[in-house]
Design a protein around this ligand. Sequence first.
Ligand code: IPE
Ligand code: MG
Length: 231
Amino acid sequence: MDGNGRWAKRRGLPRTMGHRKGVEAVRETVQAAGEAGVRYLTLFAFSSENWNRPEEEITDLMGLLKLFIRRDLAELHKENIRIRVIGGRARLDREILGLLVEAEELTRNNSAMHLVIAFNYGGRDEIVRAAKRLAEAVGRGELSPANVNEHTLSAFLDTAGIPDPDVIIRTSGEQRLSNFLLWQAAYTEFVFVPVLWPDFDKSAFHRALDEYASRERRFGAVPERDVALGS
Ligand code: IPE
Ligand code: MG
């Protein structure tokens, strides 16, 4: 979700107004994804690098997450949506932590769609934390180094049990991964859209899905038809 600041700047508004409008885009996207039959929707809400922003903007983004959970949790639960949070927990304040745990606990048996919130998330940070816990498991003798493979490492990531993303959509015209789901994105399709996040809506979401649907995914193999033709 990128472009909140630019959206506000273009209107001569403070950045915070862009973030506020961005929450509305979140609501619309969650709804659109549910209707489209998406099973897992991950939103990159706050990166481990976003701590470098001015303090008042950080406070504002934290406040918006709290507000979102307080206001929308009941509705998301009613929609049978399961919430999961990925990212480091160490730096988050107690109030945020409490709300995140509450959202995960309340919705843990829901099954319509998984809404994964990446908060204080960074792909490298996630891999480092996983490596640490894996090393601890080895140290305790629960895991042998010979059994460390992609599968066992994956189980230590925040995304354990969540399938790798089929597609990552980035708004605002930036064409970077910016430390999002580094490990999980090995074979993900990337769709970059020029729309600024606060303007992202159902039609922009469907355009991005159409773009994804037009891609041919080979996962390092050759297309079936070429195998059949022997070419
Ligand atoms: C939203 O957009 C990203 C979040 C941290 C939620 P930005 O705040 O990065 O907006 P730009 O890139 O300055 O336009
Ligand atoms: Mg940005």
